[in-house]
Write a protein that binds this ligand. Structure first.
Ligand code: SAH
Length: 215
């Protein structure tokens, strides 16, 4: 893996900053994790553009600036245990692994989970675990979580995920119909209940029920 040229890397980071990714820890995690290995095949050469790109199983790797903004919105501390729903390529989870103590990521496509694990191993990211399953039910055996990030769009924030969030926890989730523009929502959980704020319009593939039968 040769990685991007210094110019390409600088442009990549510049695009992140110009779209509002300003958190120094998030930027340095994104500088450290090369997006290249997460994109296989035809689109690999476009890895450093600020664009979502197709990956296997008809899914997409998110746009880097959206990854940055969602990660920033989570306000992760180094002690946190984080759950990601929607492993996809594994790119988002790899970035989380640089910021959190422990990361669990779950996807309904077994193949994507296997491919992501291979990359985590190659990069020696030992604090990420990828699991095959329906992430709408969260990961009860590892709950509760300090932070939860959902990278597929739900019509409403799934109840089991809200239940698996610690008091003081934060969840970010794109909410809305799958064929329309969705809104990125941040949920904070306190003793008094849940507080929601709307962050920005986004576009994600839908959160689907059950395991994929393709694999
Ligand atoms: N975070 C990814 C991009 C996610 S694309 C990255 O960094 O590349 C959305 C992913 O959500 C897809 O891989 C899709 O298979 C997964 N997904 C959709 N519904 C799901 C569900 N109920 N449980 C787990 N994963 C789901």
């Amino acid at each position: 893996m040769s990685g991007p040229s210094p110019e390409t890397k600088m442009q990549f980071l510049y695009a992140l900053r110009s779209k509002g990714v300003t958190d120094a820890r998030v930027l340095s995690a994104m500088e450290e994790i090369d997006r290249g290995p997460f994109i296989r095949g035809l689109f690999a050469e476009r890895a450093y553009e600020d664009m979502p790109l197709p990956i296997n199983c008809g899914q997409t790797i998110s746009q880097p600036s959206v990854v940055g903004l969602m990660t920033q919105a989570l306000q992760i501390s180094p002690r946190d245990k984080v759950l990601e729903v929607g492993t996809g390529s594994g790119y988002q989870a790899a970035i989380l692994s640089k910021l959190a103590r422990r990361v669990y990521t779950i996807d309904r496509h077994r193949r994507l989970v296997h491919e992501a694990r291979e990359i985590f191993e190659a990069l020696d990211l030992t604090n990420v675990t990828a699991v095959t399953g329906d992430g709408s039910f969260g990961l009860p055996e590892q709950a509760p979580f300090d932070r939860i990030i959902v990278t597929a769009a739900a019509e409403d924030p799934p109840g089991p995920l809200l239940a698996q969030l610690k008091i003081g926890g934060i969840m970010v989730v794109p909410v809305g119909q799958s064929d329309a523009v969705q809104t990125l929502i941040r949920v904070r959980k306190s003793e008094d209940g849940l507080e929601y704020d709307e962050l920005r319009p986004v576009r994600f593939v839908p959160l689907l029920e059950g395991l994929s039968r393709e694999n």
